[in-house]
Design a protein around this ligand. Structure first.
Ligand code: MRU
Length: 356
């Protein structure tokens, strides 16, 4: 194996003078622009408008939002108001609720005067923990890719969906963490990146893989089944927005179809996620609220014109009915294994092995 050149993996957020600075993901891959989040309102708007996105990242950002809210007003009333506001920003990824409840449980019992310091400290811990979990996921997933590489004796082709990379977390990502680890370890690989209409999170994946020097090919969402059928994909690795007690996985819409194609053609379908994505209180995928997003995301596409100016065009007018579910459910039986910071688990064994 040849060691790859040092990777530059982008960072989705940083802290400066107690304010949070995040990459505005709505502008990528055309423009790299940072936004300063200095208030609860800034954070709530950044999450709901998808300046920040990806389950672990919105959880960590929301935790920081609670700290910023305490800086504004550390009363019981404002703590409750901030937590309610943040949890309502996006409904499907459980990391958001997990992080906000963790903040609320830590802050509720202590006096108002102590809350600001404790809130900032815990929010920083949540960010650090998420970063560490991505490296642990990378190491756990590296074992799977190393074994596959040894078996196939040729460069690996790995399909992923949406963006479950550095831009979706505080570290190296979930699905992309094992890919970065394998690339760094000198395993020859190529990533198939699906566009992920309508919000095109696949373009974020393409951007960050490009920054890191990991070889990839961008394909339209519907092309992945054909590539799998023709034996041109060795393994699928995706992230998750919620994993239920029975091992059902909720992830970006389009994930389920890739799992079906993987099963039909006998290749592995792996889900990488930190423990903050596990929802032991939710028995199965049918109980998870699936975010129904605006039809405007399907009716319009945006990009840049030949002068580099950002433009939006209409592909179908308002008279056409549009449905836009943001996520789908992949039943546990279609998932080969779940890769988390504690290791690799069969989805059906999660309750006993992981969620204790
Ligand atoms: O709607 P988004 O962009 O916030 O959704 C993110 C995803 O669904 C990703 O697929 C990802 O796997 C989960 S976060 C690592």
């Amino acid at each position: 194996m040849n060691k790859a050149a040092p990777m530059i993996v982008p960072r989705a957020l940083r802290i400066q003078d107690d304010d949070l600075f995040v990459v505005d993901q709505r502008l990528l891959p055309h423009q790299l622009c940072e936004r300063r989040l200095a208030s609860l309102a800034d954070v709530a708007s950044a999450i709901s408008s998808m300046q920040v996105r990806g389950a672990p990242l919105i959880g960590a950002t929301a935790a920081y939002g609670v700290a910023l809210a305490m800086r504004e007003d550390a009363s019981d009333l404002n703590l409750a108001r901030a937590c309610t506001l943040l949890v309502a920003t996006r409904p499907t990824a459980i990391n958001l609720e997990w992080a906000v409840l963790r903040m609320e449980r830590a802050l509720s019992p202590i006096a108002d005067g102590e809350r600001v310091a404790v809130a900032f400290e815990l929010a920083r811990i949540i960010i650090k923990e998420d970063e560490a979990s991505t490296y642990a996921i990378g190491r756990a997933g590296l074992g799977i890719l190393t074994e596959l590489y040894a078996r196939l004796q040729r460069p690996l082709v790995i399909a992923t969906h949406c963006n479950a990379g550095a831009l979706a977390t505080c570290g190296h990502g979930t699905a992309l963490a094992p890919i970065y680890a394998a690339h760094e370890a000198g395993i020859a690989l190529h990533v198939i990146v699906s566009e992920t209409r309508p919000r095109n999170q696949g373009l974020l994946t393409a951007w960050e893989l490009g920054q890191a020097g990991v070889p990839f090919t961008l394909v339209a969402d519907n092309a992945v089944g054909q590539l799998i059928l023709r034996g041109r994909v060795d393994i699928v690795v995706v992230g998750a927005d919620r994993i239920c007690a029975n091992g059902d996985v909720i992830n970006k819409v389009g994930t389920y179809l890739k799992a079906l194609a993987a099963r039909d053609n006998g290749i592995g379908f792996y889900v990488a996620a930190p423990l903050s994505t596990f929802d032991p209180d939710c028995a199965s995928g049918e109980l998870v609220p699936i975010e129904e997003r605006s039809g405007a995301e399907v009716r319009h596409v945006s990009g840049t014109d030949r002068f580099g100016q950002r433009v939006e065009i209409t592909v179908i007018d308002e008279s056409v009915a549009v449905a836009n579910p943001g996520f789908d459910v992949t039943r546990a039986e279609l998932v080969s294994a779940i890769i988390c910071e504690r290791g690799v688990f069969r989805p059906q064994h999660l309750a006993g092995d992981v969620a204790t």
